[in-house]
Design a protein around this ligand. Sequence first.
Ligand code: OGA
Ligand code: MN
Length: 277
Amino acid sequence: MTYDTISVKPMTPHIGGLVSGIDLNRPLAPAVARDLHAALMEHQVLFFRDQKLTHATQKVFGENFGRLHISVGGDGTNSKQLSDYPEVRALHFDKDSKSVSGNEMWHTDQSCLEVPPMGTILYIHTVPPKGGGDTLFASMYAAYDALSPAMKRYLEGMTALHDGAGAFARTATNALPITEQPVIAKHPVTGRKLLYVNPTFTTRLCGVDRDESEAVLGFLYRHCALPDFHVRFRWEPHSIAFWDNRCTHHLALWDYYPHTRSGFRIQITGTDRVIPA
Ligand code: OGA
Ligand code: MN
């Protein structure tokens, strides 16, 4: 699809669009915000280059798409809420970091919440000198579409438990939520069906015994990890990724130790959660 106010280059057949012709430090005209939202619905994750954001302009950009969400995870060694800007988290990895951020495993952000954030805007200003620290995104529409008809029928109507302990047990100070989510969900805006389980948070298929749950989830996690459904983003200084958290998984590579990778993240409140298919 083409847009009136921005240009968006598809990066793979299934997922990812590189946006140009925009300056995110300026307030967006309503038509531009509408085009960006439509492009996000189409491509599921949007990428931007050469955008030097301040905390204030990152927040203003995010507010075009909803209220900002305050993360439930607590502070970790590599991820901290800013005291002046509680909606902004600093992500910082360097020679003192250990590979324990949790982001190196496939996940969608905070699916343990009844209403997970609908989107995340990650701004990376400092990247390792020889590359590394790429982020991979997977389309859960494409993953759903590629399931066999028999597997789709089996999963339809099932639910699964998403447990916050999977990601936050080390850092959380508040109670960790556990939520039952549909396994096959419908996107509240596009109406497309998607697969909604991820290996970081989903612990159990409901209504079947433990062996069956482990076998089926194991199959689904291998399926979602097939490269056919992925886009891999190579960061440059001052790049941005803006993902729809409802229909994608992501993971960060930890292949650049002891170099530095650093940036800031905000999230948008999930007023429209995924709905059972
Ligand atoms: C996140 C996340 C990935 C990255 O911020 O939720 O998973 O590439 N980040 O840093
Ligand atoms: Mn994440």
